[in-house]
Every structure is written in structure tokens, then in C-alpha cells.
Design a protein around this ligand. Structure first.
Ligand SMILES: Cc1cc2nc3c(=O)[nH]c(=O)nc-3n(C[C@H](O)[C@H](O)[C@H](O)COP(=O)(O)OP(=O)(O)OC[C@H]3O[C@@H](n4cnc5c(N)ncnc54)[C@H](O)[C@@H]3O)c2cc1C
Length: 483
């Protein structure tokens, strides 16, 4: 039997969750299909337990934050502790190869809503210390609260452990969606939140992979020739204090050395609210190696590297002998893969122009994270930190030519450089919120979602406290300061 919904969302990561919740809250009947056993995607199964600092994030992410704050040891705001770029020999025993972010109870959510205006980590320590505050959380609690919030709408059917397998498409319209539990569903609007554009690909949308050439979009920071480079992947792990200090045994078959690089990888070390540490190696495996090995073999290799890295950390920085590995993420943290070609492609020009230079009438969220290729091609023209926030147009969510299909995940219509800034978890949630809201606005007007009236969509988003301007409008600021 076919079940029909106003909105079908495939993928329950940050983007898919935002889409499903926004649509259901506005009254749509929604189905959310997630292949994992838990919601949250990369932020939960990939172990990325932190929303990095940045503008935007005033809509559903703030709602989620407020809900989680009611649960002890669930979420916080960090300030910088140590950072390898700011090492002071006289104060620190050794240079931490990376950065440590420590939960700071004096900080509020509003403090986490700024990134731009800094020359960079190495160059501007006072700015970073004063203004950069991310939001670390306990991933499994987040996943549970996400599910609670969806269930509370009474209008969202969430299917976990269920994958979409294919779609039928005619006349640029998704007609049916097939699931691996044998169900076939139909929906007025379908939103792809799979991170890899899997629904879009199945529907025949054009996708790209790797870096575009400079002339493709006239991006000064792009390489001369297009290539297949993608960011490295990371297998995140968690460490917990142990009773007796000492080295953890190296599992059989793991060499007593870092064999894949001539240096020890840096680590971004976020504190969990309960005091454990989240270890995010930058990276565990280069993007090219990942592509060559394929997912399963890459994960096995990453696991070996995690143990070798941990051995190195314990033998060179003795504080780590007080900790043991207590959890390794079930999913690899993959930073980028396919991206679709949409009705508009966000590029480096948008990011450099910023809101003051952009002229789009359909901006649905703002962002200001650096153009961050993790040190690859360091110094590419115009890449790095931004001077002001930029807007993401709704058209980046519409696969070119498609009528009832949107995308709300890191595979939206961004150039490689734009994606390196735009892909953060809260930005993805805001894309989702815009996509779910668009499905509602389109239905209310009897239109296909690709025809959603821009001003009405933006008005609906403002009503949900989504910041579309910078500086943040007074009403949004007042809302956020209510915390
Ligand atoms: C190692 C690493 C560190 C990062 N650090 C930070 C950070 O500190 N702060 C920050 O804000 N961002 C960070 N990011 C970026 C950010 O976490 C991701 O870009 C973002 O979470 C992606 O969200 P998404 O919704 O696009 O995809 P995901 O969260 O990956 O969600 C996609 C979902 O689709 C599901 N899915 C896939 N295929 C199917 C199918 N066939 N059927 C049904 N479901 C399917 C998946 O199971 C998954 O749940 C980091 C990323 C990585 C990899």
C-alpha cells in the first residue's frame, strides 16, 4: 500500500531533522526516513559533538539547545583553553598538538553566534579568545531530544533503521520513494538530507565531486584545473578519565609509530559536558586515500590509526596517561562528497561579497565560517576567514529543473570552496528549516516547492526567529538573549 505525505524527508542528520521538524510544526504530515539506528547523522553517529561558532543558528538549533539545557550534563558553551598556535613555553609543559575547548559556564548561547572578523587562529589570539565560543553537547542526548521534538508535533512519522533505496521520477518530479522495508511512499515534496545527495542522484540530478577549476565560477581561490580532491575524513573517539594512570596496551598488529605521515596529526579536543574529551584528529585519513580504499576498508584503516595516534599521544603528552579510549564513533566523519547543481550555485564570490554585496532576494540563512580546506592549498587567494557574513539563497536547495524536490544537507548547490564554509551542523539545520518551511508555503499557495514565493518564505522564517540579516535584528537578538 502507498502512503501519501505532504513531506518526505530522507536522512535524519542535521539538515533532515531541521526540515522534518519545521514542516511538521507548520502542520504538514511528514515522514522522516533514517537508515541509522539513531537521529543526528554526523553530529551523533560520526561523533562531531560540537556546533562551531558562527552567525545563523537562531532558529531550530536554539530551540534544540534550550531543550537540552534542561537536561544535566547535556550541552554547554566553550571557551578556548590551550591551542598549539598560542603555545607559551613558560606556562605549559609541552605544546599540545591541537586545540582544547573547555566548557565555560559564564557563556551564553548568544556568545556562540559569531565567527567573522578575525585574521585566523594563529594571528589573532585575543579576538578568538574573546569571541569564539562553540556549543559542545552529549550526542546521544541530542538524538533523543530530536526524536522527542519530532514526536511532540504529532505529525511526523520517524522511521529509523530504514533506508531509501530508489525513487521514480517523471517530468522532473519525484513520483514514488522506495524503502528497504518494502514500503513505497509518495509525497507532495521530497527533501534529500542524505549528505551525499543520494536521493537527488537517484532522481537524475546532476552532481559534482571535488574542486571546480578557477574558471568554472570565476573563483580566485579555485585551482587552475578541476580535480577530485576532497577534505580528509576523521574517525572521532572519546576518552574518559581512568583510575590509575598508565599507558593503554597497543592492540596486536598496530605498529608503535605513526606510519602514515611525517608528523603527528593535530587534534581538536572538545570537552563533553561530563568532562570526557572528544578527539577529532585533523584528519585520520586523507580524502584521496579514503576514496581509494572505499568506506569499509577506510574505517578499518582509521581504526588502526586511532590506536597508533593514541599511543603516540600517551607517550609524548603524559596527561593522556590519565585517560582511556571509552568510545569510537560507529560512522566515519566524512567532510565532503557529492554536491548537486541547483538553480543557483553558491560560490566564493558570494562569500567574499558578504551580505552587503549580495543582491539575492531569497536568502534563507546566513553563515560566516571560514573557507576552510584544512590546510590543503594553504594561501589560496581569498580563502580563510571572512570579513562579514554571507547569505545562502533558497535556490541552492532546488536541484536544477526539478519541481518537488529539495536538498537540505552538505551536498546542496555549493562550489567546493563555498561548501568548505557552509557545511557546519547548525547551518545545515537552518537549510533544513528553510526547506521544511518552503514545503509548507508552497502547499499553502497550491504551488510546487520550486515556485515557493521568496518573500513569504523569508517572512515565515523570521516568524521562527531565523536570522536573515546581520547585525542580528533586535527581535531575534532579544529572543536569543531570553536564555
Ligand atoms: C570530522 C568532522 C568534524 C566536523 N566538525 C564540525 C564542528 O566542529 N562543528 C560543526 O558545526 N560542524 C562540523 N563538521 C561538519 C558537520 O558536522 C557536517 O557537515 C554536518 O553535520 C552534515 O549534516 P548533514 O545533515 O548534511 O548530513 P549528516 O549529518 O551526515 O546526515 C545525513 C543522514 O542521512 C542518512 N542517510 C544516508 N543515506 C541514507 C539512506 N539511503 N536512507 C536513509 N537515510 C540515509 C545518514 O545515516 C545520516 O543520518 C564536521 C564534519 C566532520 C566530518
Amino acid at each position: 500500500m502507498n502512503e501519501h505525505y505532504d513531506l518526505a524527508v530522507i536522512g535524519g542528520g542535521s539538515g533532515g531533522y531541521g526540515a522534518a521538524l519545521a514542516g511538521a510544526r507548520l502542520g504538514l504530515s511528514v515522514i522522516l526516513i533514517e537508515k541509522g539506528e539513531i537521529l543526528g547523522g554526523n553530529a551523533v553517529r560520526g561523533g562531531v559533538n560540537c556546533w562551531e561558532m558562527g552567525v545563523g543558528g537562531t532558529g531550530i538549533p536554539f530551540d534544540l539547545y534550550k531543550r537540552m539545557k534542561q537536561i544535566p550534563e547535556s550541552i554547554g558553551i566553550y571557551s578556548f583553553g590551550r591551542h598549539g598556535s598560542w603555545y607559551r613555553r613558560e606556562e605549559e609543559r609541552y605544546r599540545l598538538l591541537g586545540g582544547e575547548q573547555v566548557i565555560d559556564p559564564s557563556m551564553k548561547y548568544a556568545d556562540s553566534l559569531l565567527r567573522h572578523g578575525c585574521e585566523g587562529m594563529g594571528k589573532d589570539e585575543p579576538f578568538c579568545r574573546k569571541h569564539w565560543h562553540g556549543v559542545p553537547f552529549e550526542p546521544e542526548i541530542m538524538a533523543k531530544v530530536m526524536l522527542d521534538m519530532l514526536n511532540e508535533t504529532g505529525r511526523c512519522r520517524t522511521l529509523l533503521n530504514t533506508a531509501f533505496t530508489d525513487v521514480d521520477t517523471t517530468e522532473n518530479r519525484v513520483r514514488t520513494i522506495q524503502l528497504d522495508n518494502g514500503e513505497t511512499i509518495t509525497a507532495d515534496t521530497c527533501i534529500d538530507g542524505t549528505a551525499d545527495a543520494l536521493v537527488c542522484k537517484a532522481a537524475g540530478v546532476k552532481t559534482v565531486f571535488g574542486q571546480e577549476s578557477r574558471e568554472t565560477y570565476n573563483e580566485p581561490g579555485a585551482p587552475e584545473q578541476a580535480n577530485q580532491h576532497v577534505n580528509g575524513v576523521t574517525l572521532i573517539f572519546r576518552i574518559t578519565k581512568k583510575e590509575k594512570p598508565g599507558l593503554c596496551p597497543l592492540p596486536t598488529g598496530i605498529p608503535d609509530e605513526i606510519w602514515w605521515s611525517d608528523h603527528t596529526p593535530w587534534v581538536c579536543m572538545n570537552h563533553y559536558p561530563n568532562g570526557d574529551r572528544n578527539m577529532n584528529m585533523l584528519p585520520t585519513l586523507e580524502g584521496g586515500e579514503f576514496m581509494k580504499l572505499g568506506y569499509q576498508k577506510a574505517r578499518e584503516e582509521c581504526l588502526r590509526r586511532v590506536y597508533a595516534y593514541w599511543h603516540r599521544a600517551q607517550t609524548t603528552m603524559d596527561e593522556f596517561q590519565n585517560y582511556r579510549i571509552s568510545w569510537i564513533a560507529p560512522a566515519l566523519g566524512v567532510r565532503e562528497s557529492n554536491r548537486i547543481i541547483g538553480e543557483y550555485v553558491l560560490t566564493q564570490s558570494d562569500l567574499l561579497a558578504g551580505l552587503s554585496g549580495q543582491t539575492h532576494s531569497d536568502v534563507i540563512t546566513i553563515a560566516d565560517h571560514a573557507m576552510d580546506t584544512h590546510g590543503r592549498d594553504t594561501g589560496r587567494q581569498g580563502c580563510g576567514e571572512l570579513a562579514e557574513p554571507y547569505g545562502v539563497p533558497f535556490r541552492c536547495l532546488i536541484p536544477k529543473g526539478f519541481r518537488n524536490l529539495l536538498i537540505a544537507c552538505r551536498a546542496a548547490s555549493f562550489s567546493s570552496i563555498a561548501a568548505s564554509s557552509c557545511r557546519l551542523s547548525r547551518t545545515m539545520m537552518q537549510l533544513g528549516q528553510a526547506a521544511g518551511t518552503a514545503a509548507f508555503v508552497a502547499k499553502a499557495n497550491g504551488l510546487d516547492v520550486c515556485e515557493t514565493p521568496h518573500e513569504e518564505l523569508r517572512q515565515r522564517l523570521r516568524e521562527q526567529h531565523v536570522a536573515l540579516d546581520w547585525p542580528m535584528p533586535a527581535e531575534t537578538a532579544a529572543w536569543i538573549h531570553q536564555e
